[in-house]
Design a protein around this ligand. Structure first.
Ligand SMILES: [Zn+2]
Length: 319
């Protein structure tokens, strides 16, 4: 039930709030210098407010067989001039040895009811054990469980060493867990990119978040009624190519766009673009995602200019 509702994607096009947010503990990490700049910068000099990181760390998702992060890093280097480094998956790198405590914290970030705001609850033994096994073997893919993006990135943030917990360091963690936010329409929605600190790009949310073609849901409902279970593969089959699926060969290209959204947000604090042909477009449907990231594959003129300025600023950094 949770999976079908969380993953269905229906209604996502009605979401008014952007799928991007900075959580409050991150705001506290804003340094005073930046705060002063915000207060004094003139409206015409938006680059004065930018936070150009000295390095961007990308964390791999070991379950995503078609995700080539070396290409994503090259893309960020080309477009924004960022110095990038690749790390293993976030919890393997930062999680430490106490997998029991970490498993408990991850399990505690599970969403119990997608129609209610997050309610903290003590996780069950089985849920902790399940997360523990995933930490032991990060190449195992999590089935349709939704995690609260705010809680999840908060626990990631707590694991960062103090010297890396700063706007000078950009972290983009590719994750296989489905991350969601509770929105104004009264339900959770899966988010492909969560621009908190650290940022997360969920490869499963790329599949499950943006709505698939309407006919897919009709076919799935008909098959479910006839068979008494949801035959996902059979329902997907007539629509092959019309959405990003697990192990999709197009995942790397799409991931470039979401990494760019996370990086641009980190630097400029500007959310999304309204141009459907821009890679910063906030796609609510798979068709929109494919259009922005693959058919167009470009930035709009305004963001192209912005990227050029960021690139120049990144390359001018001396540290
Ligand atoms: Zn744009």
């Amino acid at each position: 039930m949770r999976k079908s509702s969380a993953s269905r994607g229906r209604g996502i096009q009605r979401v008014l709030t952007p799928q991007i947010y900075i959580s409050s503990p991150c705001s506290k990490a804003v340094n005073p210098r930046r705060q002063r700049r915000q207060n004094t910068a003139s409206a015409g000099d938006e680059s004065a407010d930018w936070d150009i990181p000295r390095i961007a760390y990308l964390y791999t998702d070991s379950t995503a067989t078609t995700l080539r992060l070396d290409e994503v890093m090259a893309f960020l280097r080309d477009v924004l001039g960022l110095r990038c480094d690749l790390r293993k998956d976030f919890f393997s790198h930062h999680g430490g040895r106490d997998h029991e405590a970490l498993a408990r914290a991850i399990a505690a970030s599970r969403v119990r009811n997608i129609l209610r705001p997050f309610e903290p609850m003590e996780p069950l033994y089985g849920e902790i054990h399940f997360e523990h096994r995933l930490l032991e073997d990060p190449s195992k893919r999590v089935p349709g469980i939704l995690y609260d993006a705010f809680r999840y990135t908060a626990l990631m943030r707590d694991l960062l060493p103090p010297e890396e917990r700063s706007f000078r360091v950009l972290h983009i963690a590719f994750e296989h867990r489905i991350l969601g936010t509770f929105d104004e329409d009264g339900r959770y929605h899966a988010r492909a990119v969560v621009c908190a600190y650290p940022s997360a790009v969920s490869t499963s949310s790329i599949v499950e978040g943006p709505a698939k073609p309407d006919a897919y849901y009709r076919v799935k409902a008909q098959l479910a009624m006839a068979l008494g279970a949801v035959p996902f593969d059979a329902a997907k089959q007539p629509f092959t190519g019309q959405f990003i699926d697990y192990d999709d060969p197009r995942l790397t290209e799409v991931a470039k766009g979401y990494a760019l959204q996370a990086a641009t947000y980190h630097i400029t604090k500007e959310a999304f673009c309204t141009d459907p042909a821009c890679r910063l477009f906030n796609a609510h449907r798979q068709s929109e995602l494919l259009h922005a990231q693959l058919e167009s594959g470009k930035l709009c003129a305004r963001h192209e200019t912005m990227a050029t300025a960021i690139r120049a600023a990144s390359r001018a950094r001396k540290d």
